[in-house]
Design a binder for this molecule. Sequence first.
Ligand SMILES: [Fe+2]
Length: 155
Amino acid sequence: MNFKEVKKNPLVLEFLRQTEITLKVHNYTDHGLGHSNLVAARARTVAKEIHLSKREQEMCAIAGFCHDFANFLNRTYHNYLGALIFQEIFKAVKDNKLGINKRKKRITLNLKIDTNFVPVMEYFEIFTERMVYCRKAAKYLGYKFGLVINNFKLL
Ligand SMILES: [Fe+2]
């Protein structure tokens, strides 16, 4: 995922458009594309000046561009809602299947992850806590929990 892709994503653009309309009605200053591009550019500049990596600079630009796009839902919680919406738009998981092997007493979650979006190990780290719940739930049922990501058996 890069800034160019985010900037042309139709959902991102529509949420920004809805935010601009909503905030205009409530007499806020410009919260449309102009504001988003300005914040993205400034976030990138700050990231560059403090010597963050190129990738981190790109992430800062993306965060800057999208930071306001959930305002059409709720002004107070727009930052949280924005993060949730962003996650829904740019999902790393491309496919998932749940396998239940009664003979081996094993429940296996098979995921296909877009590694352009997030490296497998990074994804695993993010979801470690959830995987612990899955393991405990499977154990309660008398099963073992397995996790396979991109054909690589992690659990
Ligand atoms: Fe803003």
